[in-house]
Design a protein. Structure first.
Length: 435
């Protein structure tokens, strides 16, 4: 018997959701009937357990009504309008293997659906496109790492992807349920299912373990990248993202960016750190306020005065050093000066901000600090993620190029990428045989 079905996911004011399968003529109704978070009333749904979850199926004798006007429907409509659409829903239909460490995904059979808890080490801007079916979609890719020293790219969709960039910045801690993991491009990548959930700054014991790992050295640790994103992009230890290119190509492309940020992935080495500007000593760090922002667990990070007073918080509170460098990175094609902030700067120098401050305050003074910095020049190849966007400075449009992330290259993966590039070049060029 020829059958047609459609699966929809519905939610109500209990902040829970369930998948319901429609059949036949009900399933074949136009997509627009189900779009834009339409309100429905469904009678005659049989619910069964499957793989530890619950699924619904609309019986033939049941009914499906769009935009009902009952008191119960009005209650759901108000819940959705007053914040329900941004609520973290508990999915009754989500079948997953539970919370697992990222490194275990290297050997776990795929596809599989899992729960992850980790740090966002990198994220891309939102990207809008039209699917083959003609549907407008929006996605955002984030790279998540955990205490197993591994990372993976996870794709977010729709409203979750469109949340403000500030939520994903500053290495936010997240718990993600309902991540479908598949093999792709020789690696593994995840996609957050509609019935899953994304929670920022979770307060679970597992989240605390990840938070402590990141604070106690994980931010400087080399990561094993489970996701491959094209030639050369796998070598960043997990944080690599963006179009793979040389420094010369990156500089040329960065001059063409608009208000929409562009992300590039470059393999290069640290060549120089700016220690002086117009003959004056250039500070390599500043003292930043560490009091939490209002309504957030993230630190203020604004510069404090010599007396420790933070103008943004209007008080004297906890403070800590934060690196802020101008680094010149170079490869075979060219070099570029990039602003490099705290977490990334620590990985580039293999030195924490506290260590830099203590070195400068020690016997060697500023000269000792500069000598420690110089020892890092050309020491190891780095996978560098560059973010470029068009900003306005004193009313003038100016390209702002920053180093969003830098990590030691995964030499195995990078070597494979270079061999692949060589094979492609040999395939394009005529082969000359010498006798």
């Amino acid at each position: 018997k020829e059958l047609v079905k459609r699966e929809i996911t519905i939610a109500d004011q209990s902040a829970a959701s369930v998948a319901v399968t429609l059949w036949g003529a009900r399933a074949q109704q136009e997509d627009r009937m189900f779009d834009n978070h339409v309100l429905v009333s469904i009678k005659g749904v049989i619910v069964k357990e499957w793989k530890g979850a619950r699924m619904g199926s609309l019986l033939e004798a049941g009914s499906l009504a769009f935009q009902p006007s009952t008191p119960e429907a009005e209650k759901v409509r108000q819940w959705w309008a007053q914040g329900g659409k941004s609520a973290n829903l508990t999915s009754l239909s989500l079948t997953q293997d539970g919370l697992i460490e990222l490194r275990t995904l290297q050997t776990k059979p795929a596809p599989c659906t899992v729960e992850l808890c980790g740090i966002i080490v990198n994220f891309r801007p939102t990207y809008s496109f039209t699917s083959k079916e003609g549907k407008e979609l929006v996605k955002r890719e984030i790279t998540v790492a955990d205490h197993s020293a591994a990372s993976m790219v996870v794709t977010l969709w729709g409203e979750r992807a469109q949340q403000d960039d500030s939520l994903f910045d500053n290495h936010a801690l997240v718990n993600i349920k309902g991540v479908l993991v598949k093999e792709w491009n020789g690696g593994r990548s995840g996609s957050l299912l509609e019935g899953g959930s994304l929670v920022f700054q979770p307060a679970t014991p597992e989240a605390e373990k990840v938070r402590q790992w990141w604070a106690q050295g994980g931010s400087k640790q080399g990561l094993t990248a489970l996701s491959q994103e094209g030639p050369g992009s796998a070598g960043a230890g997990g944080a690599a993202s963006g179009r793979s290119c040389s420094v010369e190509e990156m500089r040329q492309a960065a001059e063409m960016v608009t208000s929409q940020p562009e992300v590039f992935s470059v393999v290069g080495r640290l060549a120089l750190v700016q220690t002086r500007k117009q003959g004056e000593v250039q500070p390599l760090y500043y003292i930043a306020c560490q009091e939490p922002r209002p309504g957030s667990s993230l630190p203020c990070n604004k510069r404090v005065g010599e007396d420790g007073f933070c103008a943004a918080c209007n008080r004297v509170g906890k403070a800590a050093p934060r690196l802020n460098l101008r680094c010149r990175f170079t490869d075979f094609s060219d070099s570029a000066w990039l602003t490099t902030f705290h977490e990334t700067a620590q990985r580039v120098l293999s030195m924490s901000a506290e260590e830099a401050k203590a070195t400068e305050a020690g016997e060697g003074g500023r000269e000792g600090l500069e000598a420690a910095v110089k020892r890092c020049y050309f020491q190891q190849p780095l996978q560098i993620t560059v973010r470029a966007r068009l900003d306005s400075y004193n009313g003038e449009a100016r390209t702002n190029i920053t180093c969003a992330d830098a990590r030691p290259v995964n030499r195995t993966a990078h070597g494979r990428a270079m061999l692949k590039g060589i094979r492609e070049m040999l395939g394009e060029a005529p082969v000359v045989v010498a006798h």
